[in-house]
Ligand binder design. Structure first.
Ligand code: CP
Ligand code: NVA
Length: 309
């Protein structure tokens, strides 16, 4: 059986916790683990732009003893008629795993359906599950554990980060509140799935419109861009309805005094978050960015060990 990581809930609560434990150990002893030594190659493919994901996978795969093959898909046949299924089948003959950042989730699902090696979602329109592993690792580092903590995500509650907070946060036993303006609410099917997961972990999920209600008493306040990749020309006003959701000192004042702030980056400073908050003492944003590296190394190790060709 091949284990893929296409959505946050592809890991059970116990598996997610195990990956985070391994990530912490890998962070503490960064060059001690070499599960890809051989060397085995990993394909890392991008249909969309990236800084953090690109570099953290490239460096991480090398640190695992493997050979990273980081490629923009425009230079392959991905974009000009070769089916994604055929590409997945061919790449599986060369590499130990395929990491893909793409648009629709149907695209990564097609690769995974035909691949003979683990496929990892490095961001799609609906989910950003690798980011959430880094975020949860950061929450663990700051609070010792995730279970029982309240996480408020404010901004575009219909985007990939909102959906991943719902699913991964529920899996981690957190109380997740997402708040966005009307028209920018999460997919009800994903909310229902997160609710079901939370029922088994002791967490909870709520989809709200009031940012103050969401942030009130929260341990973690998270946000993301109001305009995700591919939405630049969608004709929607992505500024005016979002202004009350800006993470600034006033909104943060409703959270717990010990609350931390997360942002997956890149940030649009002055839009969804102020400089004062992003650069301030509550910000865990740069630890969060670093943790992409450690979390993804642990994830790849887990998927490779759990998969049998
Ligand atoms: N947070 C994140 O995924 O950043 P990049 O788009 O730079 O990879
Ligand atoms: N929601 C953002 C996340 C970027 C890391 C996007 O999809 O562009």
């Amino acid at each position: 059986m091949i284990r893929h990581f296409l959505r946050d809930d592809d890991l059970t609560p116990a598996e997610q916790s195990g990956v985070l434990d391994l990530a912490a150990r890998m962070k503490a002893d960064r060059f001690a683990y070499q599960p890809l030594a051989g060397p085995r190659a990993v394909a890392v493919l991008f249909d969309k732009q990236s800084l953090r994901t690109r570099f953290s996978f490239d460096v991480g795969i090398a640190e695992l003893g493997g050979h990273p093959l980081v490629v923009d898909t425009q230079v392959t046949h991905f974009g000009r008629g070769e089916t994604l299924g055929d590409a997945g089948r061919v790449l599986s003959r060369y590499v130990a795993a395929i990491v893909l950042r793409t648009h629709g989730d149907d695209r990564i699902a097609e690769v995974a359906a035909h691949a003979g090696v683990p496929v990892v979602n490095a961001l799609t329109d609906a989910y950003h599950p690798c980011q959430l592993l880094a975020d949860l690792l950061t929450v663990r580092e700051r609070f010792g554990a995730t279970a029982g903590r309240t996480l408020a995500y404010v901004g575009d509650a219909a985007n990939n980060m909102a959906h991943s907070y719902l699913l991964a946060g529920a899996t981690a036993g957190m109380h997740v509140r997402v708040a966005g303006p009307a028209g920018f609410q999460p997919d009800p099917e994903i909310v229902a799935r997160a609710e079901k997961i939370a029922g088994g972990t002791g967490g909870s999920v709520r989809a709200l419109t009031d940012p103050v209600e969401a942030v009130g008493g929260a341990d973690v306040v998270a946000t993301d861009t109001w305009t995700s990749m591919g939405q630049e020309s969608d004709g929607l006003d992505r500024l005016t309805p979002f202004r009350p959701y800006q993470v600034n000192t006033a909104l943060l004042g409703h959270a717990r005094p010990t609350a931390i702030v997360l942002h997956c980056l890149p940030a649009h400073r002055g839009e969804e978050i102020t400089d004062e908050v992003l650069d301030g003492p509550r910000s865990a944003v740069f630890d969060q960015a670093e943790n992409r590296l450690h979390a993804q190394k642990a994830l790849l190790t887990f998927l490779l060990e759990a998969s049998t060709p």
